[in-house]
Every structure is written in structure tokens, then in C-alpha cells.
Write a protein that binds this ligand. Sequence first.
Ligand code: SF4
Ligand code: SF4
Length: 370
Amino acid sequence: MSKPLDAHRREYAYCASCPKLCRFSCPVSEADRSESVTPWGKMLTGHHAVTGQRPVDAPAAEAAFACSGCMRCTENCVHHNDVPQALVAVRSEAAKAGVLPEGVKKLADRFEAHRAPFAVRLPDVAARAGAGIGGTYFPGCTALVKEPGIVKDAIAAAKGVGLKLGVSVLAGQCCGYPLHAAGLLDQFAAHARRVAEAAPQQGPLLVGDPGCAFTLMKLYPQVGVALPDVRLWVDEVARRLTPALAGKALGGAHAYHDACHLGRGLGRYEGPRAILQAALGGAAFREAAESRADGGCSGGGGALPRARPGTANEIAKRQAHEVAPGGETLVTACPASRRMFERNGAKAVALETLLARFFEGETPDRGNHG
Ligand code: SF4
Ligand code: SF4
């Protein structure tokens, strides 16, 4: 029995004998309306594998990859079962058996070729964004490659609260989350060690992308890797907010989306709201009926957009409607979520962008691609 699967044996067993008590919480089973992708159905794949009833074959892999890693089931489970991590263990069996879903296999191949989920030389992209010695900001490669406006806006917004930021040379490395989500756990551990070796040994690292922050702060220690001083951009900016910030209050109706890794993953709920409130000059914003620990998912995590793009898009549409039913602009601190919402027809802006526009006294109408 493989070690990753064995580590979750008890959680699989709990789920196998559970009357699907967390079914309502899973965005995938709600979007797909299928029993096989409820947390219970997905965890059965692990239970069957550890008990020798059925190995992880292609259909089991399909089910295990039907998870965005949103942690809503964990939040609603009396045992606090870590379903997403237990499913990553099933994914690792799928990888060994050569039955990864096609989209995930492509992601893994791309990562192997580029050490990143994008077909770019990440160190060059980071250098173009100004990465240099003494820089402490780690935007994450989704922002760096796909949303470069967020990188500029995060630096400008930080300056507005008195925090001087530059892009870290470490930004030229992906944190490795895609490897973990793909179930390539040995490759993930090796990658984490490489990142730690390349990390500046002095000074903090301020991480922008909640998925990267979750990876560096929670997943690295699981493979015996610790970076010395990892902090969050939202924490560092929120604690520098003062009541007398000079800027221009932005108009329009806004609503806040709690990103899964930032909220349930790292417990950050109030800091991003304080930043949003400041960026709106104290104006009210919409809170979804289900928010903070109960907040919904954008469908952008856990390699779901690679494994089941249709499901991921349906989840994003549902969450956009839930949070912003009146067409409010969705505000999120997660670049992947912002992209998911926009791709599915909703107006969405990065928290960093909104605060930067406040300090510039502009309206946030130039998007995040500048
Ligand atoms: S995670 Fe908890 S609530 Fe959900 S199926 Fe498993 S045991 Fe039941
Ligand atoms: S982590 Fe989210 S997507 Fe995955 S099984 Fe749990 S509720 Fe469903």
C-alpha cells in the first residue's frame, strides 16, 4: 500500500460509511448533479484502493480529479476530514498507474518542460516585472504571466500604505502547486526543495496569490520543507491601513468573493475586507449569504479547470451569481478566481487593482492586463 493512500485510510473509511452529510457543500457535485462526484463518491475511490477492493483505474481517477480543493466539505464534516488532501493521494495512485485525465497529463508535461504551468521561461517573465535582489514580493505565476496588471497594482497599492515592495527573484519559480494538485507528490517534494534552496535566506517573502501562499505555508511543511519567513500581501497591507488614507472613493456596486485558499485555507477573512472597505472609501459592499468559512468556490483550484473545464466554468457561473446577483463587480484576492469569473461573463477585479485605483483616484476600468 502506498504511503500517501495509507495516511488517509481512516478518512476514506469515515466517508465510506457516511450518509453523504456534506453533499450540499461540494461545488462539483452541485454543478454536475452526480452522486459519483460527491465527497462520499470520490472518497470511495480511496477506500476501495486501501481495502484492496478496486485499484485506482481511469474512472476512479476521473472521480478523484473532480475536486477543486475548496475545503468546503472539510469545513462541514464533523470529523474535519481532509477530503482534498485524501483525494490528492488517490491522484498520486492514478499518476503511478498512468491513468491521469488527459488535461492533467498535459499540465504535468508542460510543468516538466517549463517548471511552470505555462509555456514560458518564468525567470525571464519575473525579470521583466522588475525582479531583483532585495525584492520581497512573490505574486505567483498566474499573476506574473496572465495578470501582469495585478503585479503592478499590488506594488502601487502597497506603496499607498507606506510599504515599499519589489518583485522577488524567487518569483521566477513556480511554487509547485500544479504538481501537488496533479498528484505528482515526489516531483512536488523535489520542486519544493529546489525552491527553498533558491529562496533568499534573509528578509520576508510577501506572497500575493492565495494558492501559492497555501502551498508555501501549508503544503511545503508536509514534505519537510520550510521557508524562513513567508507572509501574505493582504496581511501586510491590511495592517498598514489607517482611517486617513488619501484617495478617491470608487463608485459602483461591489461584492466580495472569499478565495478558498485565503479563507478556509489560511483563515484570512477580515484583512481583505478591510482593504476592500478602504478602497471603496468606506462604502458598503455586498456580502454573499454564504461567505467567510461558508464561502463558495470559483472552480479555479485543484487542477479542476484542466480535468473538467465544463464543471469548473459552471461552478464559476454559479458562484458569480451567488455573490453578485445584481451584476455587482466581484472583488477577489485570487487571480485564478478573477480569471474564472471573467471567463464566465462576470465583472471581476483584483483586490490589489481596486486599492491601487483608489490611490490613483481612477476608476478600475482598464482591467488587469496592463
Ligand atoms: S467528509 Fe465527512 S461529512 Fe463528508 S462524506 Fe466524508 S465523513 Fe461524511
Ligand atoms: S474540497 Fe470542495 S470540491 Fe473537493 S470534494 Fe470537498 S467540497 Fe467538493
